[in-house]
Design a protein around this ligand. Structure first.
Ligand SMILES: NC(=O)c1ccc[n+]([C@@H]2O[C@H](COP(=O)([O-])OP(=O)(O)OC[C@H]3O[C@@H](n4cnc5c(N)ncnc54)[C@H](O)[C@@H]3O)[C@@H](O)[C@H]2O)c1
Length: 330
């Protein structure tokens, strides 16, 4: 099949691209490389060359890269032509950034999604899988959060994702294309960026432990999250692309495991053999105290296998960062 993966040079997108390429599909990655990296695609397509908005095929011919923005409707239309399906992952994937620059993030997160759906409608692309987020729930305290729990975003990012879900449903109801939105909770795994002020907690903790630094914890570390291994997210995306009953649906993607940051550090100590005392910092503004959900509906509808255990996911993530360190030293 021919698939377009927007945001395919990012953390989750690149993991998806590797699996699609391995399964023999032809993939075009559309990414502006704002947070995505060429190195994330290196094993999929040796010799990828980025050019300003140009499409350049990898040596193996299965992965091509189009550098440009989803907020450019013509650019999206051009690269969606001839596709059997679109995995739409490109976004400014940060609650904090959306608080600082709501309008700029809206242009990417909402208008970008509309451009993708519109390209699918005009070109007759059958299915679009959208990446939504648990941020649509805001601080809804009715735990576990179910796919039909009350939404109420408390950040522009959460609102953007809710609008994308609604656009997906509308385009499906009108018969313009088939869209499925998957609401990810806290995804972790290989290729997640450990650097920068918006970095996620798992790669930050892993790289701190491996470097012998004390991991920084905002607040008391008892805040909880529902951590999901990236392989499970990739599998769900593939299933959502093919499952007839998934059209027009919005599904939580989470393992239903409520894990505190201190539990996470314990699990990482088990994997790395390192247990330094965390450095506790002031809580972050807007940080939700508890978050976990029920992914039962996605499991049932998409026929997903059991979730990867946190211990296995962490072990594979640590191995990835160790290998990366060795590669960088070589
Ligand atoms: N990581 C998580 O825990 C999580 C949770 C919920 C939802 N999501 C969603 O999953 C998707 C992927 O997130 P991720 O964690 O891999 O983040 P990421 O930042 O690694 O990936 C996003 C990708 O989109 C690209 N991008 C950004 N703006 C773009 C633009 N204007 N045009 C084209 N490409 C652009 C980036 O360069 C990057 O490659 C996002 O839609 C995000 O909102 C992620």
């Amino acid at each position: 099949m021919n698939y377009l993966v927007t945001g395919g040079a990012g953390f989750i997108g690149s993991n998806l691209v590797h699996v699609l390429a391995r399964e023999g599909h032809r993939v075009t990655v559309l990414d502006d490389l704002s947070t995505g990296k060429l190195e994330n695609l290196a094993e999929s397509s040796e010799g990828l060359a980025a050019g300003g908005g140009q499409l350049s095929a990898g040596l193996d011919g299965r992965v091509a890269l189009a550098v440009g923005s989803v907020s450019d409707a013509d650019f999206v239309m051009r690269h969606a032509a001839g596709m059997d399906g679109i995995f739409h992952l490109a976004a400014v994937a940060s609650v904090q950034r959306s608080m600082e620059e709501p309008a700029a993030c809206h242009a990417v997160n909402v208008t970008g999604t509309l451009n993708v759906l519109e390209a699918a409608r005009v070109l007759g692309v059958k299915r679009v899988v959208l990446s939504s987020s648990a941020a649509v729930f805001g601080d809804n305290p009715e735990l576990p959060l179910r796919s039909d729990s009350r939404t109420g975003p408390i950040s522009p990012y959460g609102l953007h994702k809710l609008m994308c879900e609604q656009y997906g449903k509308l385009y499906t109801a009108c018969g313009w294309t088939e869209a499925t939105a998957l609401r990810y909770f806290n995804v972790f795994g290989p290729r997640q960026d450990p650097n920068g002020e918006y970095a996620a907690v798992v790669p930050r903790f892993i790289t701190a432990l491996l470097a012998g630094r004390r991991p920084k914890v905002f607040g008391d570390g008892l805040q909880t999250r529902d951590f999901l291994y990236v392989e499970d997210v990739v599998r769900a995306n593939l299933a959502a692309m093919l499952c007839p009953d998934a059209a027009g649906r919005v599904l939580n993607l989470c393992a239903g495991r409520e894990t505190s940051l201190l539990d996470l550090l314990d699990a990482l100590a088990g994997v790395t053999g390192k247990r330094p005392e965390p450095e506790f910092l002031a809580p972050r503004e807007g940080d939700i105290r508890r978050s976990f959900g029920s992914g039962d509906e996605a499991v049932r509808l998409l026929g997903l296998p059991p979730w990867t255990s946190i211990a296995k996911g962490l072990a594979e993530s640590v191995e990835f960062f160790l290998r990366k360190d060795l590669d960088e030293q070589a």
